[in-house]
Structure formats: C-alpha cells, structure tokens
Ligand binder design. Sequence first.
Ligand SMILES: NC(=O)c1ccc[n+]([C@@H]2O[C@H](COP(=O)([O-])OP(=O)(O)OC[C@H]3O[C@@H](n4cnc5c(N)ncnc54)[C@H](O)[C@@H]3O)[C@@H](O)[C@H]2O)c1
Length: 257
Amino acid sequence: MTDLQGKHGLIVGIANKRSIAWAIAQAASAAGARLAVTYQGERLEENVRDLSEALTDPLIMPCDVTDEGQMDQLFAGIEREFGGLDFVVHGAAFARKEELTAPFVETSRDGFATALDISAYSLIALSRRALPLMEKRGGGSILTLTYLGSERVFQNYNVMGVAKAALEACVRYLAADLGPKNIRVNAISAGPIKTLAAAGISGFSSILGVYRERAPLRRTVETAEVADAAMFLLSSAGRAVTAEVLMVDGGYHATGM
Ligand SMILES: NC(=O)c1ccc[n+]([C@@H]2O[C@H](COP(=O)([O-])OP(=O)(O)OC[C@H]3O[C@@H](n4cnc5c(N)ncnc54)[C@H](O)[C@@H]3O)[C@@H](O)[C@H]2O)c1
C-alpha cells in the first residue's frame, strides 16, 4: 500500500462523489496524506464540504482556476496551514455545451479560448504557485487528468481534444522546467467514466459501449482504479517517472481494429 504519511497535497476538481479527483482524494487520505480540497463556486461548495467529512482535517477552499486572486488566496492558505506542499492533483476541465455538440469546424474563438484556459492553462497557473511550496519540501509531484481524445478523434469531444493535447504538451514542458527542482509532472489518461464532466459530451454512453467491446480488458475503468494509478505517480514509487502520460484505460489505446 502507498505511504503518504506526513505528506500534504492539493486536490482541484472535486464536483461530487463520482469525480475522479474525489477518488484520488480518498486514496491519498487513506495513504495518510493531509489534503487541501477546493470547490468551484458556491454551487459545489456543499458537495465538497459534505464529502470532506470523510477526510482528516482537510483545508477546504474555493478555487475557480480562471480567478487569479482566488488561486493566490488558495496557495497563501496552503502555505499558512501546511508550510509546504508535496503534491497537486489537477482535475479541472471545461468546454461549453455548444462546443461539444456542434461540428468541430463551428468552434468559436471564445469557446476555444475558454476550453484551453480552464482545461490546460490552469495546470501552468497551479504549478507556478506550487513551485515555491514544493521547493520547501525538496520536490513534489504534480498530476493531471487527460483523455485519448488528445490524439484520436472521438465524436463530439471536439475542442476538449485540442485542450487535452495542449494539456499533455504542458505536462512535458512543465516537467522539463521543474525537473531540476525534483518536481515531477505527469498525466493519467483515463478511460471513459460517467461523471458530471462526461455527461456534457453527447453520445458519451456509446463511447462506454465501444470500450467494453474492444478494450483488451473488455471493460471500462472505475475511478478507484484511476486513483490507484495516481497513488503510484504521487508517491515515492513513481520517483523516477516524469513527463509521462500513463494510460489507465483497460488497454483501449493500443487497439486498431
Ligand atoms: N470522465 C471521463 O471519462 C474522463 C476521462 C479522462 C479524463 N477525464 C478528465 O478527468 C478530469 C476530472 O473530470 P471528471 O470526469 O472527474 O468530471 P467532474 O465533472 O467530476 O470534474 C471536473 C471538475 O472540473 C471542475 N472545473 C470546471 N471548471 C472549473 C474552473 N473554472 N475552476 C475550477 N474547477 C473547474 C469542476 O468543478 C469539476 O470539479 C477532467 O480533466 C476530465 O477531462 C475524464
């Protein structure tokens, strides 16, 4: 079992009990980490506060990744409470409904900018703020969540595929920048899971069906399985792994016909 005793982590991206970020929070907490968890807007505050009752002494703070001031306050709060930071989990992503239903060629300038800002740039914004806190701990691990739509075309994934391609490139550039400080940056590319974010993609259920039929493991994956893989990357077990996109998708990515 992973040991995160004495470690402090930040988890961004919990919306409800189905969130991948929540599964990772539960696993990290069970491994002994003390966590800061965030909610995006008042709409989700109650969910996150209710779920966090299962965590040990969590720091609960608002964080909309488009709000620089809120991010500054979050990291000031973390520094005050934890004195440093060992890991960050970035599970924030968003694209407007129009962008996920209309043909890709109709993607608006504004919709493109919003999706890329929230889903990709935010990793840079969080990493920059985490850097001085991780330096205090002699290093750290930053983890984000991506999807195969970055490399292959999935119907209606549209601008999110472009955002995930940018996100994966950010992982590599951040890993190169922060590696000399012993800060690792990785992504998990998860297979499709029915979450709030997934519900925004039209025809999502049919994607699940294709994975069940064609993935080598002949099934979809669960959030707890993504969390187990996350524990590897967040803990010392993954200490030589950086700039990596780890596929946790039952092997679907390797299939042709
Ligand atoms: N569900 C899947 O099939 C799947 C597969 C691969 C990757 N992912 C990725 O996993 C991550 C988590 O998604 P999920 O499926 O658990 O869904 P989710 O809806 O539970 O999580 C998405 C989170 O993004 C947050 N978010 C959106 N806009 C934000 C903003 N402006 N500021 C801060 N937070 C914001 C939401 O509040 C929510 O907590 C996303 O990056 C998603 O793309 C999901």
